[in-house]
Design a protein around this ligand. Structure first.
Ligand code: N01
Length: 550
């Protein structure tokens, strides 16, 4: 049942300056920063506790594939020093404990209404305020509305008929229950081989009597090399955290890495393979792909890295036919989000694990007892959906957002997302999106990008208050120019060649647009900082009672 905002919020809290939607990494930090500014703020969260993506994604094997000492807040040196990460890659429970610790340590919960979903947000031009409606039919309003709704939070099931007929157990990786789920003795089917499926499959395989993996597109995966952190390396990072954070902010993906200096095709195959091997052994998302300047720019250069990984798959998977089915051939390496795994390819050597190639035999329907493909019926006691998200725009699209003149965000975005710096939209004054589409977001360490956007939004609001303005709104010209720039930079790379969720290609009918900004975290930060330093160039600042510029 949805909570009541009237019940949760004191009268003073109802006279709000800001509403934040979502209590994950982004919403918690934004609340912390707005409190510092003295804004009366309320966070509205659909789940019954904090955590965002780390609240919902409790599937077996869920962990972050950015290293724990990096994937953490930098805003509080005390927090950095007191929190103890235990593994190179933190598990979902450990990250959720961290976010709970943050919520408690900074006393954030008293301004959060849980178990409440925002259904609509309409801009009242007369009052120059946002009115937010929830699934409890509450309405509250505030001067500022900040969407901390996440890039990967609107999960999706496959568009295949008959699911309502299926009588066995179903689980969704992105909506996993709170109770431990075991698969001992069961015939289990997993649909989906993205990051979630690749993490869950090895663990489900150890429990299930039989596991059938339904794969539409094989993904490139590299070994995570996860291990406990040593006291010495934690102490070393903690002693140098300021320099480490600076290095994160100055690196392309928010993950410190040596920039490539050579072109792949200008070296010999032997040299390339030595470099790829070193990247492979590092066990991270950026080293192998970052070996050469041209991997994401030149198909022939890319193929050298792709073939290196395919050779690794062939070396591990004993059945050559299975190895080939697991080998990606339909998109360049890195243009769909690569994965890190623990024993993924080895899992397909187990006698209880079977791989179904949905490209050869597509899913036809769910039946009462299992799944039918074009070739066969599979009897299953449980089905796990690891079928991904309506990424980047899905959570915003699920809310009826209307700006000036009652214009719906969904209609403005019907041909793809449009905004300025991923953070603000023309026609939607005082509405901010944290790590929205057209920002580096999912191509970066999300925590680094979240902190950058939250700090920028907070500075912008502080500027308005200091200078006596009531509202800020991106101009149409600035928005158009940013949309064009993001598309141009994206088109320079191989990314648009893949049918990826970056391109919206996993959602039938979604416009095919490359949604993240691939220009890099430091360049993006510099652009945002310049805009602010130039008096919020590309924005109109509006005084209370003044008409907004069109
Ligand atoms: O989702 P995905 P995810 N019939 O979209 C398949 C982050 N993340 O939840 O590729 C059959 O990657 C689909 O096939 P295809 C990370 O950014 C991070 O795994 O569309 N199959 C694909 O194989 C990641 O990229 C972490 O052809 C269908 C799979 O389902 C993002 O979240 C962990 C289908 C979906 O893969 C999303 O990852 C987890 C259909 N109708 C997630 N529909 C870490 O930090 C979809 N599929 C470790």
């Amino acid at each position: 049942m949805a909570a009541s905002l009237e019940r949760d919020a004191t009268p003073e809290q109802q006279n709000l300056d800001a509403i934040i939607v979502g209590a994950g990494f982004a919403g918690l930090y934004q609340l912390y920063r707005l409190r510092e500014l003295g804004l009366r703020t309320r966070v509205i969260e659909a789940a019954d506790d904090v955590g965002g993506t780390w609240y919902w994604n409790r599937y077996p094997g869920a962990r972050c594939d950015v290293q724990s000492l990096s994937y953490s807040y930098s805003f509080s040196p005390e927090l950095e020093q007191e929190w103890e990460w235990t593994e190179k890659y933190a598990t979902q429970p450990e990250i959720l404990r961290y976010l709970n610790h943050v919520a408690d340590r900074f006393d954030l919960r008293r301004d959060i209404t849980f178990s409440t979903r925002v259904t609509a947000a309409h801009y009242d031009e007369h009052a120059a305020r946002w009115t937010v409606t929830t699934d409890a039919a509450d309405k509250i309003d505030a001067q500022f509305l900040i969407m901390a709704t996440g890039c990967l939070s609107a999960s999706k099931l496959p568009e295949v008929p008959g699911l309502e007929r299926y009588r066995g157990r179903t689980h969704e990786t992105a909506r996993w229950g709170q109770q431990e789920v075991r698969f001992d003795g069961l015939r289990v089917g997993v649909i989906g081989t993205g990051s979630s499926g690749i993490q869950a499959i090895p663990i489900i395989a150890e429990q299930a009597a039989e596991l059938t993996v339904f794969q539409r597109t094989p993904n490139f995966s590299m070994p995570a090399g996860n291990r406990p952190l040593t006291g010495e390396e934690v102490a070393r990072t903690k002693a140098n955290y300021r320099a480490f954070r600076a290095a994160q902010r100055n690196s392309r993906a928010g993950i410190p890495a040596e920039p490539a200096t050579e072109f792949a095709l200008a070296t010999t195959q032997e040299e390339r393979n030595a470099k790829y091997e070193a990247g492979w052994q590092k066990g991270d998302l950026v080293s192998l792909g970052g070996s050469y300047i041209d991997i994401l720019l030149d198909p022939a250069a890319n193929e050298t890295a792709a073939e290196f990984i395919r050779a690794k798959i062939r070396a591990v998977v004993t059945d050559p036919e299975v190895a080939e089915t697991l080998s990606p051939r339909t998109f360049p390496f890195g243009t769909k989000r690569p994965c890190l795994d623990t024993g993924y390819y080895e899992t397909f050597n187990r006698p209880n694990v079977h791989l179904v190639d949905l490209r050869k035999t597509p899913l036809v329907e769910f039946t009462q007892t299992g799944i039918r493909t074009s070739a066969e019926h599979y009897e299953l006691d449980a089905i796990v959906f690891a079928t991904g998200f309506d990424a980047m725009t899905g959570a915003l699209g699920a809310i009826d957002i209307k700006g000036r003149n009652g214009v719906a965000l969904s209609s403005r975005w019907s041909a793809g997302p449009r905004n300025y710096l991923g953070v603000a939209m023309a026609g939607f004054p005082n509405l901010f999106t944290i790590t929205g589409p057209l920002s580096p977001s999912v191509l970066s360490n999300m925590v680094v990008s979240i902190e950058q956007h939250v700090d920028w939004i907070t500075d912008c609001i502080a500027h308005l208050r200091r200078t006596g303005y009531h509202a800020v709104e991106a101009t149409t010209e600035a928005e158009d120019a940013w949309v064009k720039h993001v598309a141009e930079v994206g088109a320079f790379t191989l990314f648009p060649q893949a049918d990826s969720w970056y391109m919206g290609a996993n959602v039938p009918g979604k416009p095919r647009v490359f949604m993240p900004y691939v220009g890099g975290v430091p360049e993006f930060r510099q652009k945002c900082d310049e805009v602010a330093a130039n008096g919020y160039e590309g924005f109109t600042l509006i005084k209370q009672g003044e008409p907004a510029a069109v």
